[in-house]
Design a protein around this ligand. Structure first.
Ligand code: INI
Length: 157
């Protein structure tokens, strides 16, 4: 018989690390609020959430990797807001965090979530931090829970 695995939204004592950028804190604080709301709403004890603030999106992968390597966390949720300016700086910061966060999950096998807004205007960022287009932090935390449960199911095979 065929088997289908679909991660549930159950939390059973798992620990989460959240890495959040101070750059554009007006936006990232809302992503952090969204992520913690999601985790606690699904049954996570606040004591099982560790939040680490870093200067900007560029610094997120290094700290996320350090946290993943401790093996003390079931998932790492990365939160940043990168808003395009007039130079190519935006592109380099986007490249670093996208590649970095992606590689951490693959290398450490600890689900590492990309709760990162990349956009052209502050208005677009606000829309994705709890206004018109939901909250990217909340969505990343949901994905973290789902990934933990997908992995658990695979480990039972
Ligand atoms: N960091 C961000 O998190 N978002 C941005 O929009 C941003 N821009 O556009 O400059 C940004 N830059 C800072 C960068 O992440 C590093 O903290 C800095 O370059 C020091 O390494």
């Amino acid at each position: 018989m065929s088997k289908t695995i679909h991660g549930t939204m159950e939390i059973k004592g798992e620990s989460f690390a959240i890495v959040v950028s101070q750059f554009n804190e007006f936006i990232t604080s809302k992503l952090l609020q969204g992520a913690t709301d999601c985790l606690t709403k699904h049954g996570c004890n606040k004591n099982n959430i560790t939040t680490v603030w870093v200067p900007g999106a560029f610094e997120v992968p290094m700290i996320a990797k350090k946290l993943a390597k401790t093996k003390n966390f079931d998932a790492i949720i990365c939160l940043s807001a990168i808003i395009r300016g007039q130079t190519s700086h935006y592109d380099y910061v986007c490249q670093q965090i996208t590649k970095g966060v992606g590689e951490i999950g693959l290398e450490t096998q600890v689900p590492t979530l990309f709760g990162v807004i990349t956009c052209d205007t502050l208005e677009q960022a606000i829309d994705r931090a709890g206004a018109k287009c939901g909250n990217i932090g909340y969505n990343a935390a949901c994905s973290a829970i789902e990934m933990i449960n997908v992995i658990k199911e695979i480990d039972k095979l």
